[in-house]
Design a protein around this ligand. Structure first.
Ligand code: GLC
Length: 736
C-alpha cells in the first residue's frame, strides 16, 4: 500500500502508460510559447529540439526562466488543460535563486548576514511575486557547502560553514513554503528544491562539473548537514548534482539518493534531475547507453528527467525488458501528482495568477525595502582606517570604476529580474545626497586599461571630497560554468586603484563580486574596503546607507578570503593535524606551512567591522557538563566606541580528542547584540549534547565524553578559550 491520497491513486489507475511517462518529463516553457524557445530559457545544452504533439500534452512540468508574465503562464496552462485528457495541470518551475522580480543580494551575500532574516524576507518576497505569476516551484536553495572560491557557484551557496548552511536551509524552506505543507496551497508560497545533492561544492580544483573525491566522512560531517536541515524543514523537492560520489554519478547513485537521501534523511518528496543530468550519466562512461542511464536514475529514485529526453524515450523499453517495474513508475508519478495536490493545483491551477496582483507586487515599495535591508545586512566592512562613515555634508563625490555605472548589479542567476530596475552605485549616491555633485568615471574596462579613462578618473578623484571606487567582477564572472584560476582584481583595476588612492586618500573601495577574491595588494593601501557582493535591486541605495552611516555594517564573512589563489582551499574549520603549529613560528621547519605564505586567510571567516569597537571579557564556562544535560557559557561584551553598534557574537567549540580528526573550531552559535556607547552586556549561549556530536569511524553520530574548548568572540580568529568536560554521569561523590 503506498502513501498516496485517494485522488492520486485513482489517477494512477486511470492514467495510460504514456500519460504516466509524460509526468516524469520536464521541458522548457518555450515549447508552449508562440515565439518558441528563447536562449534565456536554457541553462544547459538541450539534446533534442522536438517534442511530439501527443507527448506535449502529457508533460508533467516545465521550466520558465525567461519571463514573469502571468497572463502568458495562464494561457499556457489553459491550453494545456484543454488538451490533457485527465486534466492534470502542468507544474511551472523556475530558477528563482535570489529574486523573481525584486532582486535580493546573491545567496552567499545573504549568508554573510549571520542571521536568517534576510533569507526569510527574500524567500517570502520571491514566493509572493512568483506564485502570482503562476510559478509553483523554485530550484532553490542551493546548499552546496564549498571551500573553493575558484568555483563560480560559491555565489549561489551558503559558504564554507555547515552551521550557516543549516540556518540558510531552514530559512529558505520556511520562507518559500511557509510553516507547514498546508500553506503550499496559498497564492504566495512556492515549493522549495534543495540542490545539488550532493557534494557539488567539492569539485576537483574548483573546476565546475569535474569529479568530486570526498570521503563519506566529509559528506556526512559537512556536506549533508544543510540538506538534512532542509529535509527536516519539509522541502518538497531535491535536485541531483551533476557530479559524482565515490565514482558514481549522483543522478544514478543509489547509495546517495536512495540509501542516504530517502532512507536516512527520510526525504519523501520529488527528486528531480539537474538539467540533462540523467542523459549525462553516459558522459561519465558509466552508462553505455541512454537506456542504462535511465535505469540507473530510476533505481536511484529520480522522479523527473529535466530536459534530458531520456525517460520519455527509455521507460517503455525498460518496462518491457523488465529492467524497471510499473511499481517504480507509479511511485515516481505518485510523488509528482502528490506535489501538484499539495500545491492545490487540482482544485484551482490558476489560483492567485493575475496581472493585477503582479503589478501590485513586482518591485513594490515593501519588497524594495526588504531587498535594501537584506543588502545592508549582507555587506561586510573588511577594513576601515576611520574614513567611514562619511559625512553627507559633501559637495562632490566621485564614483569611479567599472562597477560604478550601469552594470548588472543583480549578479548571476537573476534572469527574471531586469537590472534596469536596480539602483546602481552612482544612483545610490545621488539618492543619498541629492544636493551633491556626483561624478561618474569608468577609469578602466574590466580587463583593459585605457589611458584616457584613467586620466579622467584621476582628475575626478582630485576634485572629490570622497571617492567610491567600484571594483570587482562582471556579473557573468561568477555563477555556473564560471570557474577561474585567478581570483585577483584585474591589473587594470589595480592600476586604477593605486592611481585614485594616490590622487585622493579619501577613497573607499567597493567590491562588487560573486566570490571571495585576492584583495591582498588592495588591502595594503586602500583606506577602506566594503565587500558589497552583487547586492541586487536596491544595491546602490544600500551601499550609500552604509557609506554615509545611516546604517552600520554588520555583515560577517561566510567564506574566507585567501591571500592568493595558491592558498585555495582555505577555510576556518580546518582539522587538527599533527604538523599543525599554532604559533606558526618560522623556527620549526617541519610544520604545516607554505614557504612563501601564511596558511591562514587574508580575511577570516566571521570577520567584519562596524562603526564602533567591541570588547570581550569574563568568559565563563562551567567545568563539566553531564551527558543528556546542558550548560550555559557566557561572556561580557562591551561597546568601547562612541557610536551605537551591533556586534555579531560568535560561539565556537572544539572537541579536543576524538575518533577521527576534528576541526580546530566549529561555529555553534551566533547572537546579534546592539549596544549603546559604553554599554556592556552579558551574552550567554546554551551548549547541548547535540552540539558536541560528530560522525565516528562507523559513522555513528554521537558525542564522546571528554574535553571541549569554548570560544566566544568577534570572528573565527578568537584565541581565548576555556574548557569543560562532558561526563557520562555525575561523579560518585556528587551523586545524591
Ligand atoms: C542548471 C543548474 C541548476 C539549475 C538547472 C535548471 O544546470 O545546475 O542549478 O537549477 O540547471 O536551470
Amino acid at each position: 500500500m503506498n502513501s498516496f491520497s485517494p485522488r492520486v491513486n485513482t489517477l494512477l489507475k486511470e492514467m495510460t502508460l504514456n500519460e504516466k511517462i509524460g509526468q516524469t518529463f520536464q521541458i522548457v516553457a518555450g515549447f508552449y510559447h508562440e515565439e518558441g524557445i528563447k536562449i534565456e530559457d536554457l541553462t544547459g545544452p538541450i539534446t533534442d529540439e522536438t517534442v511530439a504533439e501527443d507527448v506535449l500534452w502529457n508533460i508533467g512540468s516545465i521550466i520558465d526562466n525567461a519571463s514573469c508574465d502571468p497572463e502568458r503562464n495562464r494561457r499556457v496552462q489553459e491550453t494545456f488543460l484543454e488538451h490533457n485528457r485527465l486534466g492534470i495541470p502542468l507544474l511551472f518551475m523556475a530558477d528563482i535563486i535570489h529574486g523573481y522580480k525584486t532582486c535580493f543580494p546573491i545567496p552567499l551575500a545573504m549568508t554573510c548576514a549571520f542571521d536568517p532574516e534576510p533569507v526569510l524576507e527574500y524567500a517570502r518576497t520571491a514566493a509572493a511575486e512568483a506564485r502570482a505569476a503562476g510559478i509553483h516551484v523554485t530550484f532553490s536553495p542551493m546548499l552546496d557547502l564549498s571551500r573553493d572560491c575558484r568555483w563560480g557557484r560559491v555565489m549561489e551557496g551558503p559558504g564554507e560553514d555547515p552551521f550557516l548552511g543549516e540556518m540558510a536551509a531552514r530559512a529558505y524552506v520556511e520562507g518559500y513554503q511557509g510553516a507547514n505543507e498546508d500553506e503550499l496551497k496559498r497564492q504566495d508560497r512556492l515549493a522549495a528544491t534543495l540542490k545539488h545533492f550532493a557534494g557539488y561544492g567539492f569539485v576537483m580544483g574548483g573546476r565546475d562539473y569535474d569529479e568530486t573525491d570526498i570521503t563519506e566522512h566529509t559528506l556526512r560531517e559537512y556536506v549533508l548537514r544543510a540538506f538534512k536541515a532542509g529535509v527536516d524543514a519539509g522541502a518538497e523537492l531535491v535536485m541531483s548534482s551533476f557530479t559524482t560520489f565515490e565514482g558514481v554519478p549522483a543522478n544514478g547513485n543509489k547509495k546517495l539518493m536512495q540509501d542516504i537521501l530517502r532512507g536516512e534523511l527520510g526525504f519523501k518528496g520529488v527528486l528531480i534531475s539537474d538539467c540533462g543530468s540523467i542523459n549525462r550519466i553516459q558522459g561519465y562512461h558509466v552508462a553505455a547507453s541512454g537506456k542504462e542511464a535511465s535505469r540507473m536514475a530510476v533505481d536511484a529514485g529520480c522522479d523527473i528527467d529535466m530536459m534530458g529526453f531520456r525517460y520519455i524515450n527509455d521507460i517503455k523499453t525498460l518496462l518491457a525488458e523488465k529492467k524497471m517495474t510499473m511499481e517504480q513508475l507509479d511511485e515516481m508519478v505518485g510523488r509528482i501528482l502528490t506535489l501538484k495536490e499539495k500545491l492545490g493545483l487540482f482544485e484551482d491551477p490558476f489560483k492567485g495568477i493575475s496581472k493585477e496582483r503582479t503589478d501590485a507586487l513586482y518591485l513594490c515599495e515593501d519588497h524594495r525595502a526588504k531587498a535594501r535591508r537584506a543588502a545592508q545586512k549582507s555587506m561586510v566592512l573588511l577594513q576601515n582606517n576611520g574614513l567611514l562613515p562619511f559625512s553627507k555634508d559633501v559637495k562632490t563625490v566621485a564614483v569611479i570604476g567599472p562597477n560604478g555605472g550601469d552594470i548588472n548589479i543583480n549578479g548571476n542567476w537573476s534572469s527574471h529580474c531586469d537590472c534596469k530596475d536596480s539602483v546602481k552605485v552612482y544612483e545610490g549616491v545621488q539618492n543619498a545626497i541629492p544636493g551633491a555633485n556626483v561624478l561618474l568615471e569608468r577609469g578602466c574596462e574590466f580587463t583593459a586599461r585605457d589611458e584616457a579613462l584613467l586620466h579622467r578618473a584621476v582628475e575626478a578623484a582630485k576634485q572629490a571630497d570622497l571617492v567610491l571606487l567600484a571594483l570587482g567582477e562582471k556579473d557573468c564572472w561568477s555563477g555556473e560554468a564560471c570557474s577561474t584560476t585567478n581570483i585577483a582584481l584585474t591589473p587594470c583595476q589595480m592600476e586604477l586603484a593605486r592611481a585614485v588612492v594616490k590622487a585622493n586618500p579619501k577613497t573607499v573601495a567597493l567590491l562588487i563580486n560573486g566570490r571571495p577574491m585576492d584583495l591582498t595588494e588592495l588591502s595594503g593601501f586602500a583606506p577602506a574596503i566594503l565587500e558589497c557582493w552583487f547586492p541586487g535591486t536596491e544595491g546602490g541605495n544600500a551601499i550609500a546607507d552604509l557609506v554615509f552611516g545611516d546604517v552600520e555594517p554588520t555583515g560577517r564573512l561566510a567564506m574566507s578570503f585567501p591571500y592568493c589563489v595558491g592558498q585555495v582551499p582555505t577555510y576556518y574549520n580546518r582539522s587538527q593535524v599533527s604538523h599543525y603549529n599554532p604559533s606558526g613560528s618560522p623556527n620549526v621547519w617541519f610544520q604545516l606551512r607554505y614557504s612563501n605564505c601564511s596558511i591562514h586567510p587574508r580575511f577570516a571567516f566571521g570577520h567584519g567591522l562596524g562603526y564602533t569597537k567591541f570588547s570581550y571579557k569574563g568568559l565563563t564556562v562551567p567545568a563539566a557538563m553531564i551527558r543528556g544535560g546542558e550548560i550555559t557559557v557566557s561572556c561580557t561584551v562591551a561597546n568601547e566606541g562612541d557610536r551605537p553598534g551591533t556586534e555579531t557574537v560568535q560561539l565556537y567549540l572544539r572537541d579536543e580528542f576524538a575518533q577521527v580528526i576534528r576541526p580546530l573550531k566549529e561555529l555553534k552559535g551566533v547572537q546579534k547584540v546592539t549596544l549603546q556607547p559604553g554599554e556592556e552586556r552579558l551574552v550567554s549561549f546554551t551548549i547541548t549534547e547535540e552540539m558536541l556530536k560528530y560522525h565516528h569511524r562507523d559513522f555513528s553520530f554521537c558525542a564522546d565524553a571528554g574535553a571541549f574548548q569554548v570560544f566566544i568572540g568577534h570572528d573565527s580568529t578568537v584565541e581565548e578559550y576555556k574548557v569543560f568536560e562532558l561526563k557520562d554521569e555525575y561523579p560518585a561523590a556528587e551523586r545524591q
